[in-house]
Write a protein that binds this ligand. Structure first.
Ligand code: BG6
Length: 519
């Protein structure tokens, strides 16, 4: 994301035999290597309890990289594989750390990366079950692996090694667990060294929202309650939960898994005030200010401001409640729709609707900015059609394909005055070329540079829970989970949620494009 130099380091991945390491992390590092974007000396130590040699780990990773890298080039593998190392150990126990420290030191020496204190730069990556986060963080600290301290104010910071940590989501399960995790991290790492990852921030178009808003002059003057009627953020998937229910999803649900985390970040990008510069501190400050002004809903308001749903059985899928590992007593939702308000000068009175579901009609991640109607329709008397034209609407597509489209009204060429809607369409890949890259690689590079622009500050995640905890724990809401058919747009109650309170002339409805309209 930035031009800061990339220093070599040892990446220590906890949870190296797990799914994320094989499916995302090592393939992403391999792709960076293939594109010549990894620092020459950088290497990896995978840590987990499974007993494996370096060579066995490399073999295992080869299978994953073949399957999950963007493009596998056999000739590049042998050199890349030499950078992969493995350490057997239970990171939840302190006694795994002395030998791990020696291994990291050894790799630093062999590769000429040692700095003051005989240690190389180290990037820790927590790719383990969330219950292990705090014990592992505590052990990293107790083992003396973090020497950073006052590196930022030292006379010669370059001579001192840095230690940073990337923490995967879920980042806590509610406000209390998140505060506890932030405190555990804070006891060992400086806030500047903590990288709370959200892969949505690595998506091209989420970053592009900043460029669209702040590198152009034509959007910002309209970007407020004077012109915007409401904003929708949607992230729908056609897949169900399947075997993920057992080890993760059933304890999370749609609100925790997607809305509280990814979509709230998207909302920040769309609604925050202009940062003064493209720098992590400036951007994080604006996101925090925005989240702080997000209204906390009262208990009695919640049942009218949110809808939960759960997919039923279809020709090709069991009902969610019959998926393996689902505990019916948890009453987990696979669809959520929420209406939020931002209590500040810019957005006062503008509702924000956020929804996300599994087993939906189509894979779609997008933002819809619905503008108000023109204050006066001078064409109203020409014909009934001219009297009731739709208002402008800007759609920012994030997935399946990136682009923006603006609906405007135009005169149909020919005699007489007939008005119809048309779209100004920009498909980013078609216009600019380039390749879509997996979000993980660039995000890891940013962490190695120490660039937190695309990461989350502790206050952001805490505000996220402040807003969503009351919704998640609202009994009236949870006791009323609506069924929806797989392949639909979710429960009818979510249509009622968005249309409630809208005016006759501009009725609020979800943007549910038919498959052929999806970019
Ligand atoms: C993950 C969620 O964070 O994001 C998954 O845990 C979800 O449930 C995924 O499927 C969606 O990501 P993307 O990039 O496909 O929109």
């Amino acid at each position: 994301m930035s031009s800061i130099a990339i220093e070599p380091c040892v990446i220590v991945i906890f949870g190296a035999s797990g799914d994320l390491t094989g499916r995302k992390l090592i393939p992403a590092l391999y792709d960076l290597y293939r594109q010549d974007r990894l620092p020459e000396k950088l290497c990896v130590v995978g840590v987990s309890r499974t007993t494996m040699t370096d060579d066995q780990f490399r073999e295992k990773m080869l299978t994953s990289v073949r399957q999950f890298s963007a493009h596998f080039d056999e000739s590049k593998w042998p050199e890349f594989a030499k950078r992969l190392n493995y350490h057997t150990g239970d990171a939840a126990k302190l006694d795994a750390f002395p030998s791990l420290t020696i291994k990291v030191q050894q790799l630093g020496r062999e590769r000429g990366m040692l700095k003051q204190g005989d240690m190389p730069n180290v990037l820790f990556y927590l790719s383990v079950a969330p219950s292990l986060y705090e014990p592992i963080i505590g052990n990293i600290g107790a083992a003396g692996m973090v020497m950073e301290g006052h590196r930022w104010c030292s006379l010669n910071p370059e001579a001192m090694p840095w230690q940073r940590i990337i923490v995967e989501k879920p980042f806590g399960t509610d406000l209390a667990t998140t505060v506890s995790l932030n405190r555990a991290l804070g006891r060992v790492f400086e806030e500047e060294s903590i990288f709370r990852i959200d892969h949505y921030l690595g998506k091209e178009l989420v970053q592009n929202i900043l460029v669209m808003r702040f590198a152009n002059t034509i959007f910002e003057p309209l970007w407020n309650s004077n012109y915007v009627d409401h904003i929708q953020v949607t992230a729908n998937e056609t897949v169900g939960v399947g075997s993920r229910a057992a080890n993760f999803y059933d304890e999370a649900g749609a609100i925790r898994d997607m809305i509280q985390s990814h979509l709230l970040q998207v909302l920040c990008m769309v609604t925050m005030e202009p940062p003064s510069m493209f720098h992590a501190d400036a951007i994080m400050r604006e996101k925090i200010k925005l989240l702080a002004s997000c209204r906390e809903l009262k208990e009695s308001e919640i049942p009218h401001s949110a809808v939960l749903g759960r997919y039923t059985a279809g020709p090709k899928n069991p009902a969610y409640i019959d998926e393996p590992g689902v505990n019916r007593a948890r009453n987990t939702e696979t669809f959520g729709a929420v209406k939020l308000h931002i209590d500040n000068w810019r957005w006062s009175g503008v509702p924000f609707y956020i929804r996300s579901g599994k087993m939906m009609a189509t894979k779609l991640t997008e933002i819809v900015v619905q503008f108000k109607k023109a204050p006066h329709n001078m064409f109203a008397r020409i014909s009934p059609e001219a009297a009731d034209r739709p208002a402008n609407r800007l759609i920012i597509n994030i997935a399946p394909r990136e682009g923006i489209s603006l609906r405007i009204e135009g005169k149909v060429p020919g005699a007489g005055l007939s008005i119809d809607s048309a779209k100004l369409d920009l498909d980013y890949l078609q216009r600019f070329g380039g390749e879509v890259i997996e979000a993980y690689g660039p995000l890891i590079l940013d962490a190695i540079r120490g660039d937190r622009i695309l990461y989350k500050h502790k206050d952001e995640v805490e505000h996220g829970w402040r807003i969503f905890d009351p919704i998640l724990h609202n009994q009236a809401l949870r006791s009323q989970i609506h069924d929806y058919a797989p392949g639909s747009w979710g429960p009818a109650a979510s249509d009622a949620l968005i249309s409630a309170g809208s005016s006759e002339s501009l009725k609020r409805v979800w943007h549910n494009p038919v498959a052929t309209e999806v970019r």
